[in-house]
Design a protein around this ligand. Structure first.
Ligand code: HEC
Length: 139
């Protein structure tokens, strides 16, 4: 059995060792973020789209990169799966796209804001999420 002193050193060295591994891995992850997110593509239009996404509380119903609410579909890859015209149609009149379905707010977004929203969702869809979200089995 370890002596009291031995246990103390075991704790201190173990904590320090694994703490350093944790800090190292965190640093490595943060270093990769600009590349994985393609940060160079963050144009003013994309940023405007992100602000619209926040201001209109899209996350109150949707998830993006897994964050948000579970009332409405995940939007991380919606640019790839549904395309820009579908997204714009949803931002003008969702009832036209999904008649009689669950309700999305009718935003009546201006053409400029629609483009910004599409640009933002395109940028999100290009993030290397390491396979997230998994593709639905029957699509
Ligand atoms: C009040 C809840 C709510 C809010 C807020 C909301 N949505 Fe939706 N959204 C929905 C629902 C519900 C659907 C799916 C309709 C259905 O399947 O019946 C949807 C569908 C969509 C779709 C189509 C997804 C697909 O796979 O067909 C897009 C794109 C979309 N929303 C974008 C947005 C954006 C961008 C915002 C913010 C500007 C937003 N939504 C805010 C409820 C919401």
């Amino acid at each position: 059995m370890l002596s009291k002193k031995g246990a103390k050193y075991f704790f201190l060295i173990g904590t320090l060792f694994f703490g350093m591994i944790f800090v190292g891995l965190t640093y490595d992850t943060l270093k990769q973020v600009p590349k994985l997110t393609r940060a160079e593509n963050l144009t003013p239009q994309v940023i405007h789209g992100k602000n619209l996404f926040d201001k209109n509380n899209c996350m109150g119903c949707h998830t993006l990169l897994g964050e948000g609410a579970y009332y409405a579909p995940e939007l991380t890859k919606v640019y790839e799966t549904k395309g820009p015209d579908w997204i714009k149609a949803m931002l003008v009149d969702p009832e036209q796209v999904y008649p009689g379905a669950r309700k999305m707010v009718k935003y009546n977004m201006s053409p400029e804001d629609q483009e910004a929203m599409v640009a933002f969702l395109k940028w999100v869809s290009e993030i290397d999420t390491n396979g997230y979200p998994a593709k639905p089995v029957n699509q």
